[in-house]
Design a protein around this ligand. Structure first.
Ligand code: ZN
Length: 302
């Protein structure tokens, strides 16, 4: 795995999130787990070569951050925000997370098939949180502090993990660095507040949920990407475009690639991002097709 700074390791080159761990004077703290089974087993072995694992922290409930917990069962607690815990591998109408994890096996981890549990076995004990908290939580482990900051927006139970002694923050998917942002069921207003909260931290290193390790400069870039999406879809609503028209016309596919191993999801991301924002924005101010209203963009075209 890649060393971010002394005692801090992450993996940005796999399909799935950037699973990470921090070595302290009293064992290791793991932050998110690899979605691919053989990679989860390998990462656990590597982490334990530095000392016993003390905690496993998850940053969000999306499958690419939590499925690998299954391979990290042990005598150390799993730490989840309450809103993450409530959604842990829950099957929603638009996504069956177990099926999504299974789909990746033939192409991305064929050797993982042998240790991929059937649905019943998996759900009997997926290794979800045993320490469940609301608000923020601070953990002292050896000579390190792990400040778990509730930073909702991308998901309701989103957590950033700040380790002041190493001047690093693990943001989960509050940051997509150099790859497509998944809006899905996000709350963009909360998300921007989360970015602004993370910006108050005195850190040198930002480990994003996806994409390469970076610096706090990425926070302004992520905010711009979110605001560009909102501006484009709110303009579509102002023009009176239907949901389908908005999906067909509003698209940021040319801005970034999709993160490793998920290029085939590009259309899905663009469609869901546009559709979810259209749903939210029209719920607040319903779309009113009217030739008599000079829209912001339309007015400039005359
Ligand atoms: Zn993710």
């Amino acid at each position: 795995m890649e060393q971010v700074t002394r005692g801090v390791f992450t993996e940005t080159q796999l399909r799935g999130c950037n699973p990470s761990y921090v070595v302290t004077s009293d064992g290791v703290v793991v932050i998110d787990t690899p979605q691919l089974p053989t990679r989860a087993v390998e990462m656990r072995k590597e982490a334990e070569s530095h000392g016993p694992i003390r905690y496993l922290i998850n940053t969000e409930h999306h499958v690419d951050h939590i499925f690998g917990n299954y391979y990290f069962k042990g005598d150390f607690p799993v730490v989840n925000h309450q809103a993450l815990y409530d959604r842990f591998m829950v099957v929603f109408p638009d996504l069956d997370p177990y099926e999504y994890a299974r789909e990746a096996i033939p192409s991305d981890d064929p050797d993982g098939a042998a240790i991929f549990p059937d649905r019943e076995t998996y759900y009997a004990d997926p290794n979800k949180g045993s320490i469940v908290f609301t608000g923020d939580l601070s953990l002292s482990v050896g000579d390190h502090t792990f400040r778990l900051l509730h930073t909702p927006g991308h998901t309701p139970g989103q957590v950033a993990v700040h380790v002041p002694e190493r001047r690093v923050v693990f943001t989960g998917d509050t940051i997509f660095n150099g790859c497509q942002t998944w809006l899905m069921t996000s709350d963009v207003d909360q998300w921007i507040a989360a970015l602004e909260r993370i910006a108050t931290l005195d850190v040198d290193h930002v480990v994003p949920g996806h994409g390469p390790v970076t610096t706090p400069a990425v926070l302004a870039v992520q905010r711009a990407n979110l605001l560009d999406w909102v501006a484009a879809v709110s303009d579509a609503v102002a023009r009176g475009w239907s949901r389908d028209e908005t999906i067909a016309r509003v698209n940021f596919a040319d801005r970034y690639p999709v993160d490793i191993g998920q290029g085939y999801m590009m259309d899905h991301i663009q469609t869901l991002n546009a559709a979810s924002l259209w749903d939210k924005l029209t719920a607040a101010i319903p779309v009113k097709p009217s030739a008599e209203v000079a829209t912001a963009v339309g007015a400039g075209e005359t």
